[in-house]
Structures are given as structure tokens and as C-alpha cells.
Write a protein that binds this ligand. Structure first.
Ligand code: SF4
Length: 245
């Protein structure tokens, strides 16, 4: 990407700091059209974004590609939610997975590796298929919020994702958890029933535990380790990447 384009993106990102997530989504859908995609794990934030996208589609006719990284270790409740969301909003969420299935991978390694090398497991089950899934796209939408982890705190609304060589758009970057849930309640957005069972953040079943009242929302992800991210939202150097302004 040339410097002029980078500067332009940085200015747009600053302008979008005061826009609503729906306005940011519509801008992205108008700007990138079929070259825009979105990854969702059907967390509360992702479900809210999908509801907003359906609203934009109904108003404008615009739509976009949406996919779910099907690691092979997702909770059955998450896969059921995909069906419910697709039906409710009339949007397809395609499943993206590694060509090597979980049984094949576990046979190759002599068992699961999520408990002994979670970084390699995340690389194989998430990062590799995501690379394939975004090939040919120019921009991707994520549902991350800045207050979720230190790694996410510096994420702009719109930035360059060096890891996947894509423009990365984070419509909920400056929203709080309370704002997300207020939107969900006001708009009757379906969510994962596990949220009501102590799982504020839901990933793969082997690496997600319920949290206690007052714990950090992501305390149940890779509990007992330093790991906070699966690698999708880290640059190759392990840092988030901002477009220089
Ligand atoms: S979250 Fe756990 S099970 Fe899922 S890909 Fe990463 S290490 Fe594997």
C-alpha cells in the first residue's frame, strides 16, 4: 500500500471514531464491496455486527462475505447459533477450516496439542485457514473491542493488518461491553446460551472455561497460561499495527 493510501486510511479512521458501528460497517460495505469479508466466532460482538449488517442490507441492498473459523473444537452451542443466525437474518456464514481434520491432526501428533502447544494448535486450526479464507479480499471486519485485552487497546477503527495484508476494520473498537449488550437486548439479537452459564468469551471448548463473578471476561480463555490471543489479532512481530497518521 502506498503512503498516500495509508494516510487516507488514517484520516478516515480518525473520522470514524465518532461514527456508529453501523455507519462504519456501511462505509466498509460501500468502499470495498465484494472485496470485503468478516470473520466471526459468534461472540456477543459478532452477533451484534451481523444484526447491523442485516439492517444495512435491508436498507441498501449491500451485503458482504461472512465466515466462521471452524476449528473442529467449537462448542455445539456455537454451531447451533450459526444455524439460528443464518435463519433469522437470511445471511450465510460460511465455515472455513483447515483441510486437515482434527482427527487427522491428532493422529499426526499422537493426540491433541491444545494442551501442550496451544500456539501451534491455534496456528493450524485458525491462522492457516484464515489466510486461505481471506485470499483475494482487500479488507476484513472483526468484532474486537479495545478494552478486551492490552493487545487490542491500540487498535484503530481502520488500520492495516500486516499479518494478512488486509485493511482491518474494527467497528466496535471504541464500544464497551455494556453498549454491545444494550444493542443486543434492544434488537433481540440471538446470542450463545453459554453466556448465561458463566462464559463471557467463548472460543474452542478445550481452551474455554467459565469465569467467576468479577473476573476479567477473557480469564476463561487459555486459563492458567499467559496466552490471551490466538494470533489472529497480533502482527507477525506480536504487536498490533496502526496506520501512521
Ligand atoms: S483455542 Fe485451543 S483448541 Fe482452539 S485452536 Fe487454539 S489451542 Fe486449539
Amino acid at each position: 500500500m502506498d503512503e498516500f493510501r495509508r494516510q487516507e486510511l488514517a484520516r478516515t479512521s480518525e473520522r470514524m471514531e465518532s461514527a456508529t458501528p453501523s455507519e462504519i460497517l456501511q462505509w466498509a460495505m460501500e468502499t470495498y464491496g465484494p472485496k470485503l469479508t468478516m470473520a466471526t466466532a459468534f461472540g456477543a460482538e459478532g452477533c451484534a455486527l451481523i444484526a447491523m449488517i442485516a439492517g444495512i442490507r435491508d436498507r441498501t441492498g449491500l451485503t458482504l462475505d461472512i465466515f466462521n473459523l471452524d476449528t473442529g473444537y467449537q462448542f455445539p452451542q456455537t454451531l447451533a447459533l450459526r444455524e439460528r443466525i443464518q435463519k433469522q437474518y437470511g445471511l450465510e456464514v460460511r465455515l472455513v477450516s483447515n483441510a486437515e481434520t482434527v482427527p487427522e491432526m491428532e493422529a499426526r501428533f499422537g493426540g491433541p496439542i491444545y494442551n501442550r502447544d496451544s500456539n501451534e494448535c491455534c496456528r493450524l486450526r485458525k491462522v492457516v485457514p484464515l489466510n486461505d479464507a481471506v485470499r483475494g479480499f482487500e479488507a476484513w471486519i472483526t468484532a474486537i473491542r479495545r478494552d478486551q485485552t492490552p493487545e487490542r487497546a491500540a487498535q484503530p477503527i481502520i488500520g492495516m493488518d500486516a499479518k494478512f495484508d488486509l485493511v482491518k476494520i474494527n467497528p466496535l473498537a471504541n464500544w464497551s461491553k455494556a453498549q454491545v449488550w444494550a444493542y443486543i437486548r434492544e434488537n433481540n439479537v440471538p446470542t450463545n446460551p453459554l453466556h448465561d452459564q458463566g462464559f463471557p468469551s467463548i472460543g474452542c471448548w478445550p481452551c474455554t472455561r467459565p469465569v467467576k463473578e468479577g473476573d476479567d471476561d477473557r480469564a476463561g480463555r487459555w486459563a492458567g497460561t499467559d496466552k490471551r490471543e490466538c494470533g489472529l489479532h497480533l502482527s507477525p512481530a506480536g504487536q498490533v499495527t496502526r496506520v501512521a497518521s
